[in-house]
Design a protein around this ligand. Structure first.
Ligand code: DAH
Length: 371
């Protein structure tokens, strides 16, 4: 039987309490019957409508019929009742929901929806670690465009037009640019070194920056090559920077990255934008520099030499400073060192991965192992 508001004859406390309790019980029972939006609306109107809703009726019938001495207590009872009924009607909003006429209820005891968190890609993770080491030394991070002009990628780094040193870094050129002067032609940058010039154009010395980013070369993909890979460049320029600063800084960085036991070793090399130039080797962090991993196990990563080449470096060539001389980089007054390393190869070694392509195929089963 649907609830109707009774007329009260007995206004004793006990009777008031009982009538209020009956009303609440009736309302509670009705909330369970709400199965659709239409039900919900009807339910809400039945109890709350200003004109002739049950609460309005109670207000009218119970309060107005109350004898003088019971008015106060009746008023209090009705007020409490209104609060409770309003709560029940409000809760029915949540529990009574219409979805294709099937009642949907929220079961708070069910496990939640799991949304797996992604993990940092091993190359990006390695990149962050390297950048972190230099940030602790006071270096800031700079970035530059991947589509670069011939000027920044080559010319301002002391690779003159037609110089054979350009052959070591072949890349993809943007098509149909023959009408442009050579220095304005666009290409995919072959290294992060162009950001050295871009940063020096914007910031006067002293400068200490690291430059992470993607680079491209005309290399067919295989286990140790990829037409796209990652580099971190470094540049420090100030008055009186020496090769000793370069050695000290890189020795510290290698120990921070590979452990305090590693030894560093510089071999002379050539890069157009540094003079002198060197390649930095560290003792193999796989075999500890022995070249062997056991009695019959030659160490592959270091090709049994005990040394692994990690980067190219050198003192910034004065010819490079000439291109940014007007921004305070007079080669007679400032000096600096630079370095550049391939991140992907370090990540390969670090995680013992034997095929570079695995990093770029996006196979979740491979990537999950680094999560
Ligand atoms: N840009 C060079 C490369 O991609 C790496 C490099 C060597 C960067 C020496 C430097 C440097 O800053 O001083 O092969």
């Amino acid at each position: 039987m649907a609830y109707t508001v009774p007329k009260l004859t007995d206004y004793s406390s006990a009777a008031l309490e009982k009538n209020a309790a009956d009303c609440i019980a009736a309302c509670e029972a009705e909330t369970a019957e709400v199965r659709s939006d239409a039900d919900l609306k009807a339910f809400r109107d039945r109890w709350m409508a200003r004109k002739n809703g049950i609460l309005t009726q109670i207000n009218d019938v119970w309060l107005k019929g109350a004898p003088k001495e019971a008015k106060r207590e009746t008023g209090q009872t009705v007020n409490q009742l209104k609060v409770r009924i309003a709560e029940l009607v409000e809760a029915a909003h949540v529990s009574g929901r219409d979805s294709d006429s099937v009642t949907e209820r929220v079961d708070l005891s069910l496990p939640g929806v799991r949304r797996p968190l992604g993990a940092e890609h091993p190359v990006i993770k390695t990149m962050h670690e390297i950048v972190g080491v230099f940030q602790k030394l006071g270096y800031s991070v700079a970035e530059g465009p991947v589509v670069e002009t011939d000027y920044y990628n080559f010319e301002a780094l002391n690779f003159p037009p037609n110089h054979p040193a350009r052959d070591t870094q072949d890349t993809l050129f943007i098509a149909r640019q023959q009408s442009k002067p050579q220095r304005d032609r666009l290409l995919l940058r072959t290294h992060t070194s162009p950001v050295q010039i871009r940063t020096m154009e914007k910031m006067p010395p002293p400068i200490r920056i690291v430059i992470p980013g993607t680079v491209h070369r005309n290399d067919p993909p295989d286990a140790s090559h990829s037409p796209m890979f990652h580099q971190i460049e470094g540049l420090a320029v100030d008055t009186n920077i020496t090769f000793g600063d370069l050695k000290g800084t890189l020795d510290h960085a290698m120990k921070a990255l590979f452990g305090s036991d590693v030894k560093t070793h510089f071999r002379p090399s050539f890069f157009p934008f540094t003079e002198p130039s060197a390649e930095l080797y560290v003792t193999c962090f796989i075999c500890g520099g022995r070249g062997q991993r056991g009695p019959d196990a030659p160490c592959r990563p270091c090709k049994q030499t005990g040394w692994i080449e990690v980067l190219g470096c050198g003192m910034v060539d004065p010819n490079v400073f000439e291109f940014v001389k007007d921004n305070g980089y007079d080669p007679k007054k400032v000096s600096g060192f630079a370095f550049g390393m391939g991140v992907d190869r370090l990540a390969l070694l670090k995680y013992g991965v034997d095929d570079l392509q695995l990093f770029f195929q996006g196979d979740v089963r491979f990537l999950e192992q680094f999560g």
